[in-house]
Design a protein around this ligand. Structure first.
Ligand code: SF4
Ligand code: SF4
Length: 353
């Protein structure tokens, strides 16, 4: 855009009006570390890790919330910037219990990456004690307050991404913590267990209960697939270890959900491993009991019964509802079967909206 130019790390770069320094840097291949920044949400500037040096400004500026301006000179990697980011990382490491040895997020933790990047091999500050009990009185989510850095990403995920408004910041100063409702258990709050807060957490403070001790980042293969539950078709990322799903996340860049998932898509995969799954057709005998049958036998039985109904009462005596878990092609075949072969328009889909 004509005239919208600033100097970024010594290079003149163009930007769009309304962009933040963080966005301009990303557009130009420069990664500024962030903790609290959640794409698409209101910038909070809470974590102070994305600070950059702007010539003429008295203090370092949070790049996530500072708009780019014409003629600005920005340095994202100055000695002062590095020193400050390192100090902030040291403070965060000293708040709580960041022992990576058994942390679920080891290998996929932004705080761990920052400690490595800024070469923090020993803590200069004494660890602050963690005054809050972990919250895990629900089947899905563990909130480990000892690892929480109060970045607020979980709150934004809940309030702005999913718009559930179940959690928020509670209390002040050293007593500050993320609370559900008026500081109640998750299962007693408005939480719908979509798990979006877990997906947003940059550290190991919010983790999947079922996934605990089942595998860490470097052991997991990622497999992208489509959610089997409803017609929305959300894109899932399965995190698989030795052929078994350990957890599910939403694909951030995938449409239509752009990273969002509901409770079923994120947590409802246990059925895959259920011993009760049907593996062969079952035919109900006259005595009401089921017996196993071959596909040929079952299909012949259904076809003959349908023919009998058509002969007796006409095709409109039959109706079909296709399953929301079916793929588009199967639903298409189903309506073809009903309209073309059976001869009725009584065909619907249980999640057609
Ligand atoms: S699980 Fe969903 S509704 Fe519950 S706190 Fe997290 S984001 Fe909010
Ligand atoms: S639980 Fe995670 S996302 Fe939420 S404030 Fe703490 S560190 Fe940030």
């Amino acid at each position: 855009m004509d005239g919208y130019v600033l100097t970024l790390n010594g290079k003149q770069v163009a930007f769009q009006p309304g962009q933040t320094i963080l966005e301009v840097a990303a557009d130009n291949g420069i990664t500024i570390p962030t903790l609290c920044h959640l794409k698409g949400c209101t910038p909070t500037g809470a974590c102070r890790i994305c600070l950059v040096e702007v010539t003429g400004a008295r203090s370092l500026m949070a790049s996530c919330s500072t708009p780019a301006e014409k003629g600005m000179t920005v340095d994202t990697e100055s000695e002062r910037v590095h020193r400050t980011r390192k100090l902030t990382t040291e403070f965060l490491l000293a708040s709580g219990r960041h022992n990576c040895i058994t942390c679920e997020r080891s290998g996929a933790c932004t705080l761990q990456d920052l400690a490595y990047k800024y070469g923090i091999d020993k803590l200069r500050f004494e660890n602050t004690p963690q005054p809050f009990e972990n919250e895990d009185m629900n089947p899905f989510i563990i909130r480990d307050y000892s690892r929480c850095i109060l970045c607020g990403r979980c709150v934004q995920a809940c309030q702005e991404v999913q718009v559930n408004r179940a959690i928020t910041f509670g209390y002040r100063g050293p007593h500050a913590k993320i609370v559900a409702g008026p500081d109640v258990r998750y299962d007693q709050s408005e939480c719908v267990f979509c798990g979006q807060c877990m997906q947003a957490c940059p550290v190991g403070a919010l983790v999947e209960k079922k996934a605990k001790f089942t595998g860490r980042a470097k052991e997991l293969e990622k497999v992208r697939t489509t959610c089997p539950y409803c017609g929305v078709g959300c894109q899932l990322m399965l995190h698989v270890k030795e052929g078994k799903i350990t957890k599910v996340t939403g694909v951030e860049e995938g449409s239509p959900n752009k990273g969002r998932l509901c409770v079923k898509g994120r947590f409802g995969y246990d059925f895959i491993y259920s011993g009760d799954r049907l593996k062969t057709p079952l035919i109900r005998e006259k005595n009401g009991e089921f017996r196993e049958a071959s596909w040929d036998e079952a299909l012949d039985l259904v076809a003959n019964k349908l023919k009998e109904i058509i002969r007796k009462d006409g095709p409109d005596a039959i109706a079909g509802v296709s399953c929301a878990r079916s793929i588009n092609e199967d639903s298409y075949q189903m309506q073809k079967l009903f309209r073309a072969a059976i001869g009725t328009n009584n065909i619907d889909h249980c999640a057609r909206t």
